[in-house]
Design a protein. Structure first.
Length: 692
């Protein structure tokens, strides 16, 4: 059976058993704790944990997954055995409060032995030692005596507390001539017995004391790796010898002009595996970059190119192989063909950029190798490769590993830390000096959203790089107060401007309010003498505040319009919201057309003209997620968050200042759209009367 045959047989079987068949969810999960969809259960997490309603009681799917970043990382193992992949397909059937252990086990056994025709005698099952019910069901259904194992192998949990339960696994005997023992024995990893299916029974709720209470609604969560099934059904010991990978390896040979051999098979495995990860991820909207999931995909792409070079190939590789991926998997995943032009363009741009970087960096590396002592590259050289030529440390390590040369990682990290310290020391606003004031209490800025009259105490004054007790008229200073109405620069929004007054008279013109951790810093010029301990009244410039609020709400509408016109997976990668303009950085692999820019601008102005309500709400993070609020990936949020909702078009976590009706924006005009790095675009936009 081919991959296409297996997918069809699996889904057809469960459809015949009353399951709703759904397409794979995106590789970009709706879960800020994950870089990628790493398992079949990720899209159903809310249903399985009871935070979302189930849309059907029985569901089956084939979910595309990537494990190549964070704690779910198989990247370094790919190429060196026959079973590791960064991209894989997970077959799954789900019961949301419908059938439970008996139904799941009966269907698993029937599909494996009757539909797929696997030899029942070669299937070994395991259960948790406490699950007497599953043991009896296996005896009844299959005549099997299950192997009893502990929590490590046969118990699933969402965390230390919450939903959990036993699971039962099915393993296949690949042949007595292979090394390895039964599951649970010391030599279980030898390769003879391969896990091919796992049925998880979400049966209990575990409290902080470890007590288990039966869940009112019990679920079944199953998972079976398609690559392993293909190997078993095609009688292959190596996943990369199955039909899909064999065909992709033939394509690699066609592009590189190199035949697969025992000596270069690792490179063929790496390239074919990485083609799937890169192709599918970019098709789903991931853009190679230097942060988060974009960095993972960039790293995978470059690793594939490096292995192409090991084969002697120069120039584009994955961009030329992408059509072969469509041939093999496009019928099951139509997004591959639908996004072909965009994906190939992004990959080609990334390959060209990497080729230039590699050529320049290799010159430095080759010049340093004759100087090495003990086959170790000094850390400062590795850092120079990173800082000057863009070589990430792991790329340098990969290149040198082929030559049995190590890298002084501690020295690299020391150079990195020194550069960060230099950067911090040169940061405008003397941040380090403020950070040194460990006794300084945080500013109470709770009035920043609704400025009011208040009297504040001067806690600290910084003048010319020195903290002073008093300063004079004409001095440029930075002042910390015990409380303020000023919004300090944060989350991409510039801080307020205004005045500090004493007894009704202006003592300081504040050009901008900054922020160092929890302290709001008022920066500007004194118009009268000021001392620590003085009482002042902070007064913001309301006209500037209002224009900034217009700009910030317009930024949310801009993101919503980009996602509507371009792609739902467009992600914000940075912004600067100031009263005179908006700067918005986002992930997208090509220049926008004139028609697309006009469509985005028109949509924003349509929403402005609709004068939609803009709601400002505080809620828990869980409530915000349930509401569908978008979060900026990589940002840290507290237990209580602020959610800004503009009509039915935008809902985002945001701590900035905003208007209350979209009509207050008046008008928006896109001024420029350009590239600022590979896969990252920047839009500048004017709002309000400045857009006229």
């Amino acid at each position: 059976m081919t991959y296409n045959d297996i997918r069809k047989a699996f889904l057809d079987y469960f459809e015949s058993k009353g399951h709703k068949i759904v397409p794979s969810a995106s590789l970009i999960p709706n879960d800020p704790t994950l870089l990628f969809t790493v398992a079949g259960m990720v899209p159903w997490k809310g249903i399985l944990q009871g935070t979302e309603p189930a849309f059907a009681t029985r569901v089956a799917d084939v979910q595309k997954c990537i494990r190549a970043g964070g704690k779910h990382n198989d990247l370094e193992d790919v190429g060196f055995d026959g079973r590791h992949h960064t991209f894989f397909e997970m077959l799954g059937n789900w019961s949301f409060g419908d059938y439970f252990k008996e139904g799941a086990i009966e269907m698993s056994w029937e599909l494996l032995t009757k539909v797929l025709g696997l030899d029942p005698e070669r299937i070994v099952v395991t259960t948790h030692y406490s699950d007497d019910e599953a043991v009896k069901i296996w005896k009844k259904v299959a005549g099997k005596d299950a192997i009893l194992l502990g929590d490590k192998d046969n118990w699933w949990s969402a965390g230390d507390t919450g939903p959990c339960g036993p699971c039962t696994e099915m393993h296949y005997d690949m042949g007595a001539d292979l090394p390895g023992g039964l599951p649970g024995t010391p030599d279980e990893d030898g390769g003879r017995f391969v896990e091919i299916w796992n049925d998880v029974f979400m049966q209990f709720d575990r409290d902080a004391n470890g007590n288990l209470t039966p869940l009112p609604k019990q679920n079944v969560d199953t998972g079976a790796g398609l690559e392993r099934w293909a190997a078993v059904l095609q009688n292959k010991l190596d996943n990369y010898d199955t039909d899909l990978f064999t065909n992709l390896k033939h394509a690699v040979s066609d592009v590189t002009g190199v035949a697969e051999t025992a000596e270069n098979v690792a490179s063929f495995k790496v390239i074919t595996d990485h083609l799937r990860s890169v192709g599918f991820a970019i098709a789903d909207g991931v853009i190679p970059s230097n942060t988060d999931r974009g960095y993972v995909i960039r790293r995978i792409l470059r690793r594939a190119m490096r292995h192409g070079q090991i084969l002697g190939h120069k120039g584009a590789l994955l961009s030329k192989l992408y059509p072969a991926l469509i041939t093999e998997m496009g019928a099951a995943y139509p997004e591959l063909a639908r996004e072909e032009a965009r994906v190939v363009e992004i990959i080609r741009n990334e390959e060209n950029s990497f080729a230039d970087m590699l050529q320049n960096g290799m010159k430095l590396l080759e010049s340093e190798l004759p100087k090495l002592n003990n086959n170790v590259l000094p850390g400062d050289v590795a850092f120079k490769l990173f800082d000057t030529y863009g070589f990430p440390l792991d790329l340098t390590q990969m290149i040198l590993r082929d030559r049995n040369i190590d890298v002084d990682v501690a020295g690299f990290e020391k150079s990195m830390a020194e550069q960060k310290e230099r950067s911090r020391a040169n940061t405008k606003g003397t941040r380090i000096l403020w950070e040194s004031q460990t006794e300084l209490v945080g500013t109470d800025d709770s009035a920043k959203y609704a400025p009011c009259e208040m009297s504040s105490k001067v806690l600290s004054i910084l003048r010319a790089g020195e903290f002073v007790e008093s300063a004079n008229a004409g001095d440029e200073v930075e002042v910390a107060l015990d409380k303020t109405t000023f919004y300090g620069t944060q989350g991409g929004q510039v801080g307020d401007s205004g005045e500090l007054k004493k007894s009704g008279e202006t003592v300081m013109n504040v050009s901008e309010a900054g922020r160092v951790d929890s302290v709001v810093i008022h920066k500007g010029t004194l118009t009268a003498d000021l001392s620590v301990g003085d009482m002042v009244e902070p007064v913001i410039n309301n006209a500037v505040r209002q224009q900034t609020a217009r700009a910030h709400t317009a930024t949310h509408l801009l993101q919503a319009a980009l996602r509507s016109v371009l792609n739902e997976d467009v992600e914000q990668r940075g912004s600067k919201v100031s009263p005179d303009s908006v700067r918005f950085d986002f992930s997208f692999g090509r220049a926008m057309t004139a028609e697309e820019k006009q469509a985005v601008e028109d949509l924003i102005n349509k929403w402005i003209a609709a004068d939609m309500d803009v709601a400002h709400e505080e809620m828990t993070m869980d409530e915000a997620v349930a509401k569908g609020a978008m979060a900026l990936f990589g940002e840290k949020y507290g237990d209580t968050v602020k959610v800004i909702t503009a009509g039915d078009v935008s809902c985002e976590l945001c701590g900035g200042t905003h208007i209350y009706h979209t009509g207050e924006i008046i008008k928006a005009k896109i001024n420029k759209e350009k590239s600022i790095s590979s896969g990252i675009r920047r839009i500048t936009m004017s709002v309000g009367t400045l857009a006229e």
